[in-house]
Design a binder for this molecule. Structure first.
Ligand SMILES: Cc1cc2nc3c(=O)[nH]c(=O)nc-3n(C[C@H](O)[C@H](O)[C@H](O)COP(=O)(O)OP(=O)(O)OC[C@H]3O[C@@H](n4cnc5c(N)ncnc54)[C@H](O)[C@@H]3O)c2cc1C
Length: 378
């Protein structure tokens, strides 16, 4: 959706096809980080993010499972100009959807087929509709249908973990600190909390080991009692929070090995379809936004005949960074959950991971794209 906005801003005609009957989202949070906020600002969406999200304060902290503080959480880029915002996923989606002209999004269009030649691409949909375009961007998530038109499908890699996620009205936890991101780490598990929706709701995620993944259903309704039992004996603040959980959902956590190819002629992939990653850096959506900004700049300079070359340039520009973030997300999950003999070693690694965070947060996808375009005389 961000890619559509970025393309329209640059004068490229665009249509979005979404399989769902309406644009909506489950009740869960997502963090937006400086690397995407600077891009959202340039298309005029930062004020809405600030209105509906919650800027995380410098008192945000990593803890050991018993509540011993470990290190501060990085909550801005190096310049301090852009922060980190906790958002309700539905709010982010509606900000993006509302920013597009009403005829751009076509809901109820599940793409089931694609064929292309040198003149263009044709899509077919489960409802019988068809569409033609110069270029197709497959932004259809970790279960991407488009991926198989680009490279050998790779199987998702099961992390052996599930994430329990949900929201609690803030009024049920009046003593909970406002505006803070907090993350507790214990053997094989971690738990994080941040506020969303202007601070009126508290988003929690509990990551626990599991081998009961149903391959065909990657998210399901969870049992609050099972979740509470997983974190029994942890910091009493977590135990108290979990007494307030009425509904929870769990996700099997998967990623894939970095794909060999994202692009085939007039089709390219974006976001989780191109580089599904574990959520342990909170970067999946942020990287999708970076992808969209880079792709929009390159396509804005292309015409029908040069568009395939713009897609190749996009892939070349984005691959190294998204691979580093994919690998970094795996490493961060291991750091949070590993059974360290010396917790001091883990704590030092957490403090040192600030450097990688700042590398992620300081990146300007548009600046990187314009530098690359200049190098190639575009
Ligand atoms: C527990 C957890 C926590 C997370 N926390 C964060 C976070 O804090 N920050 C962050 O940046 N990321 C986070 N993520 C990752 C983030 O949710 C994803 O990376 C992000 O949603 C990917 O966006 P996307 O647009 O590529 O794919 P998706 O959000 O999966 O969107 C794909 C869209 O394509 C549609 N679609 C699929 N197939 C078809 C089809 N055949 N035809 C038409 N439409 C189709 C789907 O209905 C969907 O609307 C988290 C993930 C999890 C599991």
């Amino acid at each position: 959706m961000f890619a559509a906005k970025a393309l329209l801003e640059r004068g490229v005609d665009v249509a979005v096809y979404e399989q769902a009957l309406q644009i909506g989202e489950i009740g869960a949070g997502v963090q937006l980080t400086p690397n995407s906020l600077r891009l959202l600002e340039r298309v005029g969406l930062l004020p809405e993010i600030e209105r509906l999200g919650v800027a995380e304060s410098p008192s945000s902290t990593y803890y050991r499972m018993d509540g011993t503080p470990v290190a501060p959480v990085v909550t801005t880029d190096s310049s301090g100009q852009y922060g980190v915002y906790g958002m309700h996923r539905a709010d982010l989606l509606s900000i993006l959807a509302d920013s597009l002209p009403s005829d751009v999004i076509n809901v109820g269009h599940k793409c089931v087929g694609l064929d292309q030649d040198d003149d263009g691409v044709r899509l077919s949909f489960a409802n019988g509709a068809t569409a033609e375009a110069d270029v197709v961007i497959g932004a259809d998530g970790i279960h991407s249908v488009m991926q198989k038109y680009v490279s050998e499908p790779s199987l998702p890699v099961d992390s052996g973990k599930v994430a329990y996620r949900g929201l609690i009205p803030a009024e049920k936890l009046p003593a909970w600190p406002a505006n803070t991101f907090q993350l507790w780490m214990g053997e094989g598990k971690h738990f994080l909390v941040f506020p969303v929706r202007g601070g009126t709701q508290i988003n929690y995620v509990g990551f626990v080991p599991s081998n009961e993944h149903a391959a065909e259903s990657w998210s399901a309704v969870g049992d609050p009692a099972v979740l509470a039992a997983e974190f029994a004996g942890w910091d009493p603040r977590i135990e108290e929070l979990l007494t307030q959980v009425e509904t929870t959902f769990w996700w099997g956590l998967y990623d894939r090995e970095p794909l060999q190819l994202w692009t085939n002629n007039r089709l390219t992939l974006l976001g989780d379809a191109a580089h599904p990653m574990l959520p342990h850096l909170g970067q999946g959506a942020n990287q999708s936004i970076e992808d969209g900004a880079a792709l929009a700049m390159l396509l804005a300079e292309a015409d029908r005949s040069s568009a395939p070359r713009a897609l190749v340039a996009y892939e070349a520009l984005r691959r190294e960074r998204t691979t580093a973030v994919q690998i970094g997300a795996r490493a961060n999950g291991l750091r949070y959950d590993s059974d360290y003999e010396d917790l001091g070693e883990r704590d030092a690694e957490i403090a040192a991971s600030k450097e990688f965070r700042l590398w992620v947060y300081d990146y300007d996808a548009e600046l990187a794209t314009s530098e690359e375009m200049a190098k190639h005389g575009r």
